[in-house]
Design a protein around this ligand. Sequence first.
Ligand code: SAH
Length: 244
Amino acid sequence: MKLSIGYNRNNPTNNMALVKSTLLKHTAGIGMTSTRTRERMLTRLREQGIRDEVVLSAIGEIPRHIFVDEALSTRAYEDVSLPIGYSQTISQPYIVARMTEILRNGKPLNKVLEIGTGCGYQTAILSRVAKEVLSLERIRPLVMKARTNLRTLKCNNVKLDHADGSIGLSEFAPFDGILVTAAASHVPNELLAQLAIGGRLVIPVGTTTQVLTLIERTNNPSPKEYVQTKLEPVKFVPLLGGLI
Ligand code: SAH
């Protein structure tokens, strides 16, 4: 399988336009991303209980406004999810911080799989806390959007693919961490199988109500190989099959 955030050889003109408009957005937002605005966001995350300084510094470093449409950029540093088109959303900063903190568990991460790239915000945060990040998205235009955003931010340790993530990415397994950013009705067995021993899967589980769930793979013999902890209520778009 070919994964890349690289240049689209089939349409170089379109590539340039995308990079240009992302850079413009980036520059236009300089006022909004003043040190004070960012610091306010970090103070709020600390008040909400985020303790991992590695995660907080990654969040302080990645400009969130470049991931949303210009019309919404004044709201980019509020603690809200925002629309990104195709009936999908960019996750709220608190949940991005919380999921990354749980995944990291205070330790450096080597290889991480994200399912549900969206516009690439969580992916960018992961790229600052893991050595290598692979991320899958089922909606092609969002893959393109994320590619442009991640290239602008020079997230060179990220690979994206247009694929159904509910079956994971077995050819690149095992993963130290798997982070699912869409709600699953149940935990897919394929994802459990692709966790390294000592690895962590963080996944919202449920339909009408959802619970953020942590699954750790231990070296205990079955049935105690996987240890599940229910963490807190969350609200995500659903994990769906099929490609768009
Ligand atoms: N990680 C994003 C969240 C995007 S919302 C952020 O940082 O904001 C969740 C994304 O999951 C959507 O873009 C949706 O299209 C995608 N998604 C849903 N089901 C999927 C599947 N089976 N495989 C891959 N992506 C999926």
